[in-house]
Design a protein around this ligand. Structure first.
Ligand SMILES: CC(C)(COP(=O)(O)OP(=O)(O)OC[C@H]1O[C@@H](n2cnc3c(N)ncnc32)[C@H](O)[C@@H]1OP(=O)(O)O)[C@@H](O)C(=O)NCCC(=O)NCCS
Length: 222
Protein backbone atom coordinates (compact mmCIF):
# COMPACT_ATOMS: atom_id res chain seq x y z
CA UNK A 1 0.00 0.00 0.00
CA UNK A 2 2.91 2.37 0.67
CA UNK A 3 3.55 2.22 -3.07
CA UNK A 4 2.32 5.57 -4.44
CA UNK A 5 1.45 3.98 -7.78
CA UNK A 6 -1.30 1.97 -6.15
CA UNK A 7 -3.15 5.12 -5.09
CA UNK A 8 -5.09 7.18 -7.61
CA UNK A 9 -7.28 10.22 -6.99
CA UNK A 10 -9.98 11.26 -9.38
CA UNK A 11 -12.79 13.79 -9.35
CA UNK A 12 -16.02 12.05 -8.41
CA UNK A 13 -19.31 12.43 -10.26
CA UNK A 14 -22.94 11.95 -9.22
CA UNK A 15 -22.63 8.25 -10.12
CA UNK A 16 -20.13 7.91 -7.26
CA UNK A 17 -22.60 9.24 -4.68
CA UNK A 18 -23.34 5.81 -3.17
CA UNK A 19 -19.66 5.03 -2.70
CA UNK A 20 -18.95 8.45 -1.24
CA UNK A 21 -21.81 8.33 1.26
CA UNK A 22 -20.64 4.88 2.32
CA UNK A 23 -17.05 6.05 2.87
CA UNK A 24 -18.24 9.10 4.82
CA UNK A 25 -20.42 7.12 7.22
CA UNK A 26 -17.83 4.37 7.68
CA UNK A 27 -14.84 6.66 8.21
CA UNK A 28 -16.63 8.97 10.65
CA UNK A 29 -18.28 6.03 12.42
CA UNK A 30 -15.51 6.01 15.03
CA UNK A 31 -16.83 9.32 16.38
CA UNK A 32 -20.46 8.26 16.69
CA UNK A 33 -21.70 8.81 20.24
CA UNK A 34 -18.24 10.09 21.24
CA UNK A 35 -18.10 13.59 19.74
CA UNK A 36 -20.61 16.31 20.55
CA UNK A 37 -22.23 17.91 18.63
CA UNK A 38 -22.40 14.85 16.39
CA UNK A 39 -21.00 15.06 12.87
CA UNK A 40 -23.59 15.38 10.15
CA UNK A 41 -21.37 12.87 8.36
CA UNK A 42 -23.06 10.06 10.30
CA UNK A 43 -26.28 10.73 8.40
CA UNK A 44 -24.74 11.13 4.94
CA UNK A 45 -26.85 9.73 2.10
CA UNK A 46 -26.21 9.31 -1.64
CA UNK A 47 -29.05 11.77 -2.34
CA UNK A 48 -27.40 14.38 -0.14
CA UNK A 49 -24.03 13.85 -1.83
CA UNK A 50 -25.67 14.40 -5.22
CA UNK A 51 -27.32 17.55 -3.89
CA UNK A 52 -23.98 18.83 -2.60
CA UNK A 53 -22.45 18.27 -6.03
CA UNK A 54 -25.27 19.48 -8.22
CA UNK A 55 -26.78 22.29 -6.17
CA UNK A 56 -24.05 23.47 -3.79
CA UNK A 57 -20.88 23.38 -5.88
CA UNK A 58 -19.01 20.79 -3.83
CA UNK A 59 -16.37 18.77 -5.66
CA UNK A 60 -15.33 15.41 -4.26
CA UNK A 61 -11.97 13.78 -4.86
CA UNK A 62 -12.22 10.00 -4.63
CA UNK A 63 -9.13 7.97 -3.67
CA UNK A 64 -8.77 4.51 -5.14
CA UNK A 65 -6.27 1.93 -3.93
CA UNK A 66 -5.69 -0.78 -6.52
CA UNK A 67 -8.85 0.50 -8.17
CA UNK A 68 -10.98 0.16 -5.02
CA UNK A 69 -12.55 3.16 -3.25
CA UNK A 70 -10.54 4.05 -0.15
CA UNK A 71 -11.28 7.64 0.81
CA UNK A 72 -12.44 11.06 -0.19
CA UNK A 73 -12.13 14.77 0.41
CA UNK A 74 -14.33 17.57 -0.84
CA UNK A 75 -13.80 21.22 -1.68
CA UNK A 76 -15.69 24.17 -2.98
CA UNK A 77 -14.71 27.67 -3.93
CA UNK A 78 -15.66 30.50 -1.60
CA UNK A 79 -14.88 34.18 -2.09
CA UNK A 80 -11.09 34.40 -1.86
CA UNK A 81 -10.38 30.86 -0.75
CA UNK A 82 -11.06 27.17 -1.24
CA UNK A 83 -12.91 25.44 1.57
CA UNK A 84 -11.71 21.89 2.14
CA UNK A 85 -13.70 19.43 4.23
CA UNK A 86 -14.79 15.85 4.83
CA UNK A 87 -11.40 14.20 4.60
CA UNK A 88 -12.15 10.53 5.17
CA UNK A 89 -10.24 7.29 4.67
CA UNK A 90 -11.68 3.82 5.26
CA UNK A 91 -10.20 2.26 8.43
CA UNK A 92 -8.48 -0.61 6.57
CA UNK A 93 -6.73 1.85 4.23
CA UNK A 94 -5.33 4.19 6.88
CA UNK A 95 -1.73 4.92 7.68
CA UNK A 96 -0.46 4.56 4.12
CA UNK A 97 -0.63 8.18 3.00
CA UNK A 98 -4.06 8.13 1.33
CA UNK A 99 -5.24 11.07 3.47
CA UNK A 100 -2.15 13.09 2.63
CA UNK A 101 -2.59 12.29 -1.07
CA UNK A 102 -6.18 13.53 -0.92
CA UNK A 103 -5.10 16.78 0.75
CA UNK A 104 -2.34 17.20 -1.86
CA UNK A 105 -4.94 16.66 -4.58
CA UNK A 106 -7.16 19.42 -3.12
CA UNK A 107 -4.11 21.69 -2.99
CA UNK A 108 -3.36 20.93 -6.62
CA UNK A 109 -6.96 21.77 -7.53
CA UNK A 110 -6.46 25.13 -5.76
CA UNK A 111 -3.19 25.77 -7.59
CA UNK A 112 -4.74 25.01 -10.95
CA UNK A 113 -7.26 27.76 -10.21
CA UNK A 114 -4.60 30.13 -8.81
CA UNK A 115 -6.39 30.09 -5.46
CA UNK A 116 -4.04 31.25 -2.73
CA UNK A 117 -5.78 30.16 0.43
CA UNK A 118 -7.19 26.83 1.60
CA UNK A 119 -9.35 26.78 4.70
CA UNK A 120 -11.05 24.19 6.78
CA UNK A 121 -12.05 23.44 10.33
CA UNK A 122 -11.36 20.67 12.79
CA UNK A 123 -13.27 19.75 15.91
CA UNK A 124 -11.09 21.25 18.65
CA UNK A 125 -11.40 18.03 20.67
CA UNK A 126 -9.64 16.06 17.89
CA UNK A 127 -6.12 17.22 18.70
CA UNK A 128 -4.42 14.43 16.72
CA UNK A 129 -6.32 15.40 13.58
CA UNK A 130 -5.36 19.05 14.12
CA UNK A 131 -1.71 18.05 14.39
CA UNK A 132 -2.10 16.02 11.20
CA UNK A 133 -3.21 19.15 9.32
CA UNK A 134 -0.50 21.28 10.91
CA UNK A 135 2.11 18.79 9.71
CA UNK A 136 0.76 19.47 6.21
CA UNK A 137 1.35 23.22 6.53
CA UNK A 138 -1.96 24.40 7.95
CA UNK A 139 -2.07 26.81 10.87
CA UNK A 140 -4.72 27.84 13.35
CA UNK A 141 -6.43 31.13 12.51
CA UNK A 142 -9.26 31.14 15.02
CA UNK A 143 -12.13 29.32 16.65
CA UNK A 144 -15.87 29.11 16.20
CA UNK A 145 -18.76 27.73 18.17
CA UNK A 146 -21.10 25.04 16.95
CA UNK A 147 -24.57 24.35 18.38
CA UNK A 148 -23.72 26.74 21.21
CA UNK A 149 -20.49 24.92 22.16
CA UNK A 150 -17.83 27.65 22.31
CA UNK A 151 -14.52 27.02 20.50
CA UNK A 152 -15.92 23.75 19.23
CA UNK A 153 -14.26 24.29 15.85
CA UNK A 154 -10.62 25.19 15.27
CA UNK A 155 -10.30 27.14 12.03
CA UNK A 156 -7.27 26.30 9.94
CA UNK A 157 -5.71 27.80 6.88
CA UNK A 158 -2.89 27.12 4.45
CA UNK A 159 -1.50 29.82 2.18
CA UNK A 160 -0.02 28.80 -1.14
CA UNK A 161 2.79 30.65 -2.81
CA UNK A 162 3.19 31.04 -6.54
CA UNK A 163 6.44 31.70 -8.33
CA UNK A 164 5.23 34.61 -10.41
CA UNK A 165 3.10 36.74 -8.17
CA UNK A 166 1.04 39.74 -9.17
CA UNK A 167 0.31 42.54 -6.72
CA UNK A 168 -0.03 41.04 -3.26
CA UNK A 169 -3.42 41.83 -1.70
CA UNK A 170 -3.27 43.90 1.49
CA UNK A 171 -3.09 41.69 4.58
CA UNK A 172 -5.83 42.48 7.09
CA UNK A 173 -5.17 42.54 10.81
CA UNK A 174 -5.16 39.20 12.61
CA UNK A 175 -8.33 39.97 14.55
CA UNK A 176 -10.15 40.83 11.34
CA UNK A 177 -9.05 37.61 9.69
CA UNK A 178 -10.18 35.60 12.67
CA UNK A 179 -13.63 37.21 12.62
CA UNK A 180 -13.86 36.69 8.92
CA UNK A 181 -12.82 33.09 9.20
CA UNK A 182 -15.24 32.50 12.06
CA UNK A 183 -18.05 33.96 10.00
CA UNK A 184 -17.20 31.78 7.04
CA UNK A 185 -16.86 28.70 9.23
CA UNK A 186 -20.24 29.41 10.73
CA UNK A 187 -21.59 29.62 7.22
CA UNK A 188 -19.85 26.40 6.18
CA UNK A 189 -20.97 24.70 9.35
CA UNK A 190 -24.49 25.80 8.55
CA UNK A 191 -24.27 23.89 5.28
CA UNK A 192 -22.01 21.14 6.35
CA UNK A 193 -23.01 20.13 9.82
CA UNK A 194 -26.11 21.89 10.98
CA UNK A 195 -28.68 22.75 8.38
CA UNK A 196 -31.22 20.19 7.48
CA UNK A 197 -33.28 22.01 4.90
CA UNK A 198 -36.74 20.61 4.71
CA UNK A 199 -37.49 19.58 1.13
CA UNK A 200 -40.85 21.30 1.67
CA UNK A 201 -39.07 24.68 1.75
CA UNK A 202 -37.31 24.14 -1.54
CA UNK A 203 -38.24 24.45 -5.16
CA UNK A 204 -39.76 21.07 -6.18
CA UNK A 205 -36.83 20.36 -8.54
CA UNK A 206 -34.30 20.83 -5.72
CA UNK A 207 -36.41 18.86 -3.29
CA UNK A 208 -36.35 15.94 -5.74
CA UNK A 209 -32.54 16.18 -5.85
CA UNK A 210 -32.25 15.95 -2.07
CA UNK A 211 -34.62 13.04 -1.79
CA UNK A 212 -36.20 11.88 1.45
CA UNK A 213 -34.79 13.20 4.73
CA UNK A 214 -31.81 11.32 6.14
CA UNK A 215 -32.63 8.99 8.98
CA UNK A 216 -31.51 10.82 12.06
CA UNK A 217 -32.59 10.60 15.63
CA UNK A 218 -34.28 13.55 17.27
CA UNK A 219 -31.31 13.93 19.57
CA UNK A 220 -28.92 14.30 16.62
CA UNK A 221 -31.07 16.98 15.07
CA UNK A 222 -30.54 19.38 17.98
C1 LIG B 1 -7.59 11.43 9.51
C2 LIG B 1 -7.57 10.45 8.34
C3 LIG B 1 -8.23 11.04 7.13
C4 LIG B 1 -6.12 10.10 8.06
O1 LIG B 1 -6.10 9.26 6.90
P1 LIG B 1 -4.80 8.36 6.55
O2 LIG B 1 -4.91 7.93 5.15
O3 LIG B 1 -4.62 7.31 7.58
O4 LIG B 1 -3.67 9.44 6.72
P2 LIG B 1 -2.16 9.29 6.24
O5 LIG B 1 -1.82 7.88 5.94
O6 LIG B 1 -1.94 10.31 5.20
O7 LIG B 1 -1.38 9.78 7.53
C5 LIG B 1 -1.40 8.98 8.68
C6 LIG B 1 -0.69 9.76 9.73
O8 LIG B 1 -1.61 10.63 10.35
C7 LIG B 1 -1.57 10.44 11.75
N1 LIG B 1 -2.92 10.69 12.24
C8 LIG B 1 -3.31 11.83 12.76
N2 LIG B 1 -4.56 11.76 13.16
C9 LIG B 1 -5.00 10.54 12.89
C10 LIG B 1 -6.22 9.85 13.09
N3 LIG B 1 -7.24 10.43 13.70
N4 LIG B 1 -6.33 8.59 12.64
C11 LIG B 1 -5.30 8.00 12.04
N5 LIG B 1 -4.12 8.58 11.83
C12 LIG B 1 -3.96 9.85 12.27
C13 LIG B 1 -1.08 9.03 11.94
O9 LIG B 1 -0.45 8.95 13.17
C14 LIG B 1 -0.12 8.86 10.78
O10 LIG B 1 1.12 9.38 11.14
P3 LIG B 1 2.48 8.75 10.55
O11 LIG B 1 2.40 8.91 9.05
O12 LIG B 1 3.56 9.57 11.17
O13 LIG B 1 2.46 7.32 10.96
C15 LIG B 1 -8.31 9.12 8.74
O14 LIG B 1 -7.78 8.66 9.94
C16 LIG B 1 -9.82 9.26 8.88
O15 LIG B 1 -10.57 9.10 7.93
N6 LIG B 1 -10.27 9.58 10.12
C17 LIG B 1 -11.71 9.71 10.38
C18 LIG B 1 -12.31 10.95 9.74
C19 LIG B 1 -11.58 12.21 10.18
O16 LIG B 1 -11.16 12.36 11.31
N7 LIG B 1 -11.49 13.15 9.24
C20 LIG B 1 -10.94 14.45 9.48
C21 LIG B 1 -12.02 15.32 10.03
S1 LIG B 1 -11.51 17.02 10.07
Amino acid sequence: MADDNRVAIRTAGPDDADVIADITRTAFGQFEGRVYPPFRAHAQTPAHVRWEMEAKGFVYGLALVDGRPAGHVRWRLRPGYMHVSRLAVLPECRGFGVGRRLMAWAEEEARRRRVRVLRGEVRTALTDVLKYYMDMGYRVIGYASLHGVPRCLTLIEKRLSYRRQTARPARPEREERTDDAAASAAEEAAWVDEARISPRLLHPALARLIGPPAQRSRRNRR
